[in-house]
Design a protein around this ligand. Structure first.
Ligand SMILES: Nc1ncnc2c1ncn2[C@@H]1O[C@H](COP(=O)(O)OP(=O)(O)OP(=O)(O)O)[C@@H](O)[C@H]1O
Ligand SMILES: [Mg+2]
Length: 270
C-alpha cells in the first residue's frame, strides 16, 4: 500500500470582498483530500470551482480560513517556521502555472531557472557535474540543449517553456508537483507530450502530480485517480474508468458529455 504524502482536513477558504456591503465567497468548502506517493491525480472542475485556490493553499502562498494541510506529517501552516522550513517545503512542493511565460522572468535566460534548481540541491551550476545535469534534464524532457539553453523566454514556445519547468522538477525532485492547467495554452499535439512527462516523473522519480484541469478528457487520459470539484467541494472521486462509466453526480455527467471520444483511443497509446 502506498503512503499518503499530503492530506487536507476540512480545508476552507472564504474570500471577503465588497466595500459597503460585504460579500463572502466560499472558494474552497470543507475539502478533505489525500495524495499518495507516486500518483498522478487530476482535479477537474469548471472555471471558478476553486481549483487554483486549493493549489495556492497547498503551495503555502494563500492562508486557509480554516482547516489543515498535512505534508509528511507536518501541518504546513502551523509547523513550518522561518525561512529554513519554508525552503524545505518549496523544495518538495513545486508548481507549474497555466501561462508558460508567468513561470519565467523575461529579463533572464531560461537557464537561470535550471541553475537555481541546481543551487537548491547544492550543486554548482558552473561545475562539470552541474552542466552535465542541466543538459541531461533538458534532454529528458525532449528538448535539445543547444536550441534552448542560452535563450530568453520570448525566444521559446509555450510548450518548450513548460518542458523547462518539468526539467527543473527533474533536477530538484520535488515530492509533489502542482500543475495548474499546464497544457491549456498549448496546442493539442504538444499537450500529449507534456502529459507523458508527468507519467515519467511519477514512474522514474516517484513524484506525485496534482494535475489541475477543466478538461475531463485530459484528466481521464493521464490520471491514476480523478477528483471532481464543484462550487468549492470535491463532489466525486475515484478511478478514471469508474468515474467515466459510472458518474454519480449530475455535474460529473455534464463534464463527461463534453469529452470527445478521441481521448479513449489516446489513452491506449500513452
Ligand atoms: N483573491 C481573490 N479574492 C476574491 N475572490 C477570489 C480570489 N481568488 C479567487 N476568488 C474567487 O474564488 C472562486 C474560486 O476561484 P479559483 O481561481 O480557485 O477557481 P478555478 O477553479 O481555479 O477557476 P479557473 O478554472 O477559471 O482557473 C471564484 O469565485 C473566484 O472568483
Ligand atoms: Mg484556476
Amino acid at each position: 500500500m502506498s503512503c499518503v504524502l499530503l492530506e487536507t482536513k476540512n480545508l476552507t477558504k472564504i474570500f471577503e470582498s465588497g466595500f459597503l456591503r460585504k460579500v463572502y465567497i466560499k472558494a474552497v468548502d470543507n475539502v478533505d483530500i489525500a495524495l499518495k506517493e507516486a500518483e498522478v491525480v487530476s482535479l477537474a472542475g469548471q472555471s471558478g470551482s476553486g481549483k487554483t485556490t486549493l493549489a495556492k493553499m497547498i503551495l503555502r502562498i494563500l492562508e486557509p480560513t480554516s482547516g489543515e494541510i498535512i505534508f509528511q506529517g507536518k501541518n504546513i501552516w502551523r509547523d513550518l517556521k522561518g525561512l529554513k522550513d519554508l525552503k524545505w517545503y518549496w523544495r518538495n512542493v513545486h508548481i507549474i502555472f497555466q501561462n508558460p511565460f508567468a513561470n519565467f522572468n523575461p529579463f533572464y535566460k531560461v537557464d537561470r531557472t535550471l541553475r537555481q534548481a541546481l543551487e537548491l540541491i547544492g550543486i554548482d551550476p558552473d561545475s562539470g557535474e552541474g552542466k552535465k545535469l542541466m543538459r541531461e534534464a533538458v534532454e529528458v524532457v525532449g528538448l535539445r540543449p543547444d536550441e534552448t539553453l542560452g535563450k530568453y523566454p520570448h525566444q521559446l514556445s509555450g510548450g518548450q517553456l513548460q518542458r523547462i519547468m518539468i526539467a527543473r522538477a527533474w533536477i530538484v525532485r520535488p515530492k509533489l508537483l502542482l500543475a495548474d492547467e499546464p497544457v491549456s495554452m498549448l496546442d493539442v499535439s504538444t499537450r500529449g507530450k507534456i502529459l507523458e512527462l508527468f507519467l515519467k516523473l511519477r514512474d522514474e522519480q516517484k513524484t506525485t502530480v496534482l494535475f489541475i484541469t477543466h478538461d475531463f478528457g485530459l484528466a481521464y487520459v493521464v490520471s491514476d485517480r480523478i477528483m471532481i470539484m464543484y462550487k468549492g467541494k470535491i463532489i466525486e472521486e475515484g478511478d478514471p474508468e469508474e468515474v467515466f462509466f459510472n458518474p454519480k453526480h449530475e455535474y460529473t455527467k455534464e463534464l463527461i458529455e463534453s469529452v470527445p471520444t478521441l481521448y479513449r483511443r489516446w489513452k491506449f497509446d500513452l
